[in-house]
Ligand binder design. Structure first.
Ligand code: CP3
Length: 357
């Protein structure tokens, strides 16, 4: 195996590392010409199902951007195939489930026991990638609430009306659904770690739609069990959701290794609320990448200043790269963060005063 630059993994563990590691959610995708060239010939699911293509697309941003971690190319909806649920990925829309899961019979048809057998190509891609990569490989899965939202709504939603109707109206059925999804995510993520994934990110993209009381009663018990089980594998567990400003203390209480922050919170304040015993990841607004460079630099500087040189910051965006982002700006940002943080932190040193550069 190639020697690894593991500053990303060490930062997840809150070791003092220089420079600050950087990777981007959705770092592989349509904003890259080489990705579009592959997508012109193959569907997204073809790419996911063919390890040779999956490896190529996962490596594209590592080569072009110089990021400190790779994320397996896949999609959260791939787990629906693992559960035996028919779905489509519609361009410009996202995952669509033609027969939504809203009844006891539909929940019982979900088959968490078959997930690993139905998705052997994912583990094969991970094994192949580990031979090629010199940076750590992040595996991932959708988290139970976000997966449930697609299954119950039948597709993307703004209000999550059907999901909440079920969650509020039939607690027994809701918990049965969450239990099956939790088991499925657990076995899928474990299999990814066994195949060689060195960290797991749980994407709970839509959890910010929940009232805190619903998070506490209807979602957190399942997440707590899931995070604890995944931490037993020994790899860092990153929990990320969008619009989680009202839930940060609750998310920290799940005890993920790393809390992913979206851009709506100030990273310094958010880290204080999460607690310095957790690493944090984030949180530049992805839309800023389309601004003139001086503003990109100013906003990135503000993220670094908010992190104040504390051990345990992984630089990232507050959500995925937008399709109209210039890859050259992302590459420049990686280089800039590395330069700015090359000498910023010494083990045991007091964090520099905010605003220092
Ligand atoms: O580089 C990476 O980050 C790995 C690849 C990745 C994809 N999806 C590929 C993809 C990852 C980590 C995901 C996760 C994912 N998928 C999430 C969680 C992260 C987030 O953005 O909140 C969610 C909610 C999905 C569901 C999904 N899949 C959506 C909403 C879309 C967008 C629909 C569209 O066409 O705009 C997809 C499709 C998708 N998944 C694309 C990519 C690169 C779009 C490009 C394409 O079709 O080739």
């Amino acid at each position: 195996m190639a020697t690894q630059d593991d500053r990303f993994l060490r930062a997840c563990r809150r070791a003092a590392v220089r420079p600050t590691p950087v990777w981007f959610m959705r770092q592989a995708g349509r904003y890259m010409p080489e990705y579009r060239a592959v997508r012109a010939r193959f569907s997204l699911l073809d790419i996911v199902r063919r390890p040779d293509l999956c490896v190529e697309v996962t490596l594209q941003p590592v080569r072009r951007l110089g990021v400190d971690a790779a994320i397996l190319f896949s999609d959260i909806s791939v787990l629906f195939e693992g559960l035996g649920v028919p779905f489509e990925l519609q361009e410009g829309v996202g995952p669509v489930v033609p027969q939504p899961v809203r009844t006891g019979e539909a929940v019982e048809r979900l088959d968490p026991g078959g997930v690993v057998e139905r998705l052997p190509f994912v583990m094969e891609s991970i094994r192949l990638l580990r031979r090629e990569l010199r940076v750590p490989l992040i595996g991932f899965a959708g988290a139970p609430f976000t997966l449930a939202s697609y299954l119950v709504e039948g597709g993307p939603s703004r209000t999550f009306a059907e999901t909440k109707r079920l969650m509020h109206g039939d607690a027994g059925l809701w918990h049965a659904l969450m239990e099956r999804l939790t088991s499925a995510v657990e076995s899928f993520a474990r299999a990814q770690v066994e195949a060689g994934a060195q960290a797991i990110q749980l994407f709970d993209s839509w959890v910010g739609a929940l009232a805190p009381a619903d998070f506490d009663e209807r979602v957190a018990p399942h997440l707590r069990r899931l995070v604890a089980a995944l931490r037993q594998t020994g790899v860092p567990v990153i929990y990320f959701g969008v619009d989680t400003g009202g839930l940060l203390e609750r998310i920290a209480a799940l005890e993920p290794t790393v809390v992913g922050l979206d851009w709506r919170v100030d990273l310094g304040e958010a880290w204080r609320r999460v607690g310095y015993d957790r690493a944090v990841q984030g949180n530049l607004d992805p839309s800023v990448l389309r601004a003139p460079w001086p503003l990109v630099e100013r906003r990135a500087r503000q993220v670094l200043d908010a992190a104040a040189g504390r051990p345990g910051h992984v630089f990232n965006l507050g959500h995925g790269v937008l399709p109209d982002t210039d890859p050259a700006v992302l590459a420049r940002l990686v280089e800039w963060v590395h330069e700015q943080t090359a000498g910023a932190q010494a083990p045991g040193a007091a964090p520099p005063a905010g605003g220092a550069s």
